[in-house]
Ligand binder design. Sequence first.
Ligand code: ADP
Ligand code: ADP
Length: 218
Amino acid sequence: MIEARGLSKHYGAKVAVDDISFSIRPGQVTGFLGPNGAGKSTSMRLMVGLDRPTSGTVTIDGQRYRDLAAPLAEVGTLLDAKGVHPGRSARSHLRTLAATHGISDRRVSEVLEQTGLSSVAHKRVGGFSLGMGQRLGIAAAILGDPRVLILDEPINGLDPDGVLWVRQFLRHLASEGRTVLLSSHLMSEMAQTADHVIVLGRGRVVADAPIGEFISQG
Ligand code: ADP
Ligand code: ADP
């Protein structure tokens, strides 16, 4: 469960997130829907302690992350492009990440398998397509077997096969009782993937309802 209460983030005079409250339940896929600049990424960064709120609180399973990013075993994230060295192989990248968090190499192989990257695990990340890069980002997000996943625009740059895979994979993770939050600027993506949608606009919550309510409204 992710809970935000009166959450705001100002960058100087710029109000990125403007006094928003919401709850994101486990066992579902929840979508943050909104145009570029709506405050989706900022809200996600606040959740995991990558940024500090100007006011209000946001908790994940009751935990308030502050100065440090949330631990990999509790919360998996796909936020911005993290520093993946282009000369490294996918396996080597994940192994390094695993080693710093006390996660086994066996788990690295498992995650490569789950994300469909086993056959290219030895290849340079620099030669990866955007879609393969997204798969690698998702592999890193699930490495710690987290209860909560926060994914910023996970289908960006994916080919049609990749899009279908992400949808099925996120739905599968939610069916295991995990909390899954993804952002997208596409209503069509929400309709295909999310159980519940929170619409953001100019840093405010514009709507917060089960997907069925959006579809029946057309
Ligand atoms: P979204 O993810 O919905 O595209 P963001 O959360 O990235 O939106 O951005 C919300 C608003 O806050 C935008 O107007 C953006 O320009 C601004 N913003 C985000 N991060 C910063 C920052 N570090 N400094 C200044 N403005 C920022
Ligand atoms: P998005 O969240 O839409 O994927 P970004 O997070 O890269 O995109 O940034 C959204 C907007 O926030 C950008 O247009 C940029 O102007 C602004 N922004 C992000 N980081 C900063 C920053 N450190 N300083 C000023 N503006 C920023």
